[in-house]
Each structure stands twice: as C-alpha cells, then as structure tokens.
Design a protein around this ligand. Sequence first.
Ligand code: S3P
Length: 174
Amino acid sequence: MPRDHLVLVGLMGAGKSSVGRRCAELLGRPFVDTDELVVAMAGIPFDDLWAAEGESGFRARERAAVADATASPVPLVIACGGGAVLDPDNRRALRARGFVVWLAASPTVLASRLAGDDSRPLLAGGDRATTLTRLADSRAAAYEAAADATVATDGRTVDAVAASVLEEFESCDA
Ligand code: S3P
C-alpha cells in the first residue's frame, strides 16, 4: 500500500481544513476532514454526538473515521481533528498510508483565529490561550511523532501555507 495521502495534523485553528481544501484543489484530489467524516458516519450533528457520547465516544468514532479515510484507494488530502494523533493506532494508520504535515502555530495566534468560534467543546469556558498552551504542551510529542514535516503558519496566508505544504509533499519520496 503506497503512502499516497497528504495528511494535515495540528491544533484547533492551525488551518488544517482551509489549507487542506486548498491543497486538494491544487492537487486535483478529494478532501476529507475527519470531523466531517465522524458526523457523516454517525448521522447526527457534532454537538449532539459530543453531548450524548462525550469525548471518549467521539474518539472511538474518530478512530473509525481515520481508518476509513486512510483505507481509501483514491489518494486524498486528509485534515485530522486536532486530537486524532493522540491515538497510537491513528498515528500508525496515518503514517502507513500518508505523508503527514504538522501545521504549527503559537497558542496566541490559534486563540485569535478561533475568537468567536464556539464549535470546539474543549475550549468551552476558561481562557482559550491558556487552554491552547496546555494542549500545545501536552500534544507536542504526539504531533512530532506523527509528522514527516512541519510547516509554520503564524502570520501566513492559507495560500502561502498550502504552497509550503505542497513543497514538502512533492519533495518527499513516500
Ligand atoms: C479536537 C479538535 C477538533 C474536533 C474536536 C476535538 C481536539 O477538530 O476534533 O473538537 O481534540 O483538538 P479541529 O482540530 O478540526 O478543530
């Protein structure tokens, strides 16, 4: 099985979906967002799913979505939910079938990009920059273990980040 998917990982607000969509357009291949796939497979809205099943139910469904996306015989661009790489099975599947790029951003930039967006339950209540700093610290090792390449996103446009991602992807011999 070739490692032909392009996979984007990183914290909430890193730009995985917007950069992933742009990369998919430029590569002329389908785009899959694991959060959207979870919702499509569950057949209920994200908020209802999280409320009914909690984070552990969501993570089990996310594992199934990662397995489903990575098994695609059609080369995809896959944007992973920010916590997907915490699961060793997900990391294995993503690396086995894809070239993984970590979109890195500082917690303050992430917090400003996510201002006014209430769609992330892990950011509910509390100071967002503080929560994002804690998540950045606790997840850095998992992103590093998952990633074949890292692209910085602070102060950069979607097009500029997508260009850097594709440069990394096209220079790899996956
Ligand atoms: C999460 C990130 C979210 C979504 C869920 C949990 C996380 O996806 O999967 O709210 O644990 O970081 P995005 O990274 O696309 O926002």
